[in-house]
Design a protein around this ligand. Structure first.
Ligand code: MD3
Ligand code: FE
Length: 208
């Protein structure tokens, strides 16, 4: 479905086997030189989500610099991101009103882990310099994803449930919309997934 212009939601895009592989991969990412950490925001607030970055490094409000690449962004994950954009916008990768984009080439991935009670406040993703869309993959517990407007954190917004296996692609006119995760339904993941909590992977082009 297309909950807003340029936003495409594909429920159940990832097979259960693929979800399990992604969960295992995300666990493995955290065993290397970097682990999942709470981000401290410039105002001193601490995010309840724990995050890890692959490829070009950043924290949810700032890119840390082009030289930093502590964990490689695996080619298979780049390929999954490209497949996601093709699925959402069609093989021509046209998205939004009348923008076209010649090929999704993500150079960074942010992996967010939501333990029980974690949420994400309304924010814009405006650190990237590329007009490319953002690809989001969800695993584990179901959440409420709040899709706002481009003007303010407040109403109007649309709440969309994101379930394990769902794909969300954000591009075109909605790329700068406020959004957040006000609620995660604890214990809602299928037991066979091997995950307590929620994982979300976003793939992005920094344009840096
Ligand atoms: C809308 N993550 O990491 S994914 C984030 O579920 C973030 O962890 C949420 O918001 C999560 O910044 C939501 C869906 C998403 C991702 C990127 C976007 C929505 C977006 C970029 C622009 C607009
Ligand atoms: Fe975001």
């Amino acid at each position: 479905s297309e909950p807003a212009p340029g936003v495409v939601h594909v429920p159940g895009w990832l097979s259960f086997a693929r979800q399990r592989e992604l969960v295992a991969a995300c666990r493995e990412f955290g065993r290397g030189p970097v682990s999942y950490e709470h981000t401290v925001l410039p105002g001193g607030g601490v995010m309840s989500v724990r995050s890890l970055c692959l490829g070009r490094r950043w924290v949810p409000y700032r890119y840390l610099g082009p030289e930093e690449n502590l964990l490689e962004l695996p080619e298979w994950l780049v390929g999954l991101g490209r497949a996601a954009v093709a699925e959402a916008y069609g093989a021509d990768e046209t998205y939004g009103a009348d923008e076209t984009y010649g090929g999704f080439a993500p150079d960074t991935a942010l992996v967010n882990f939501y333990a029980d009670g974690a949420k994400m406040g309304m924010h814009q993703d405006k650190e990237e310099r590329s007009p490319a869309p953002v690809v989001s993959l969800s695993m584990g517990d179901t959440c409420v994803f709040r899709l706002g407007n481009t003007e303010s954190r407040g109403r109007p917004w649309t709440d969309v449930e994101l379930v394990s296996g769902d794909l969300l692609v954000f591009g075109g006119p909605s790329r700068l919309a406020y959004h957040g995760v006000p609620k995660v339904y604890a214990g809602s993941a299928e037991p066979g997934l091997g995950l307590a909590g929620r994982l979300n992977i976003t793939l992005r082009e920094t344009g840096l």
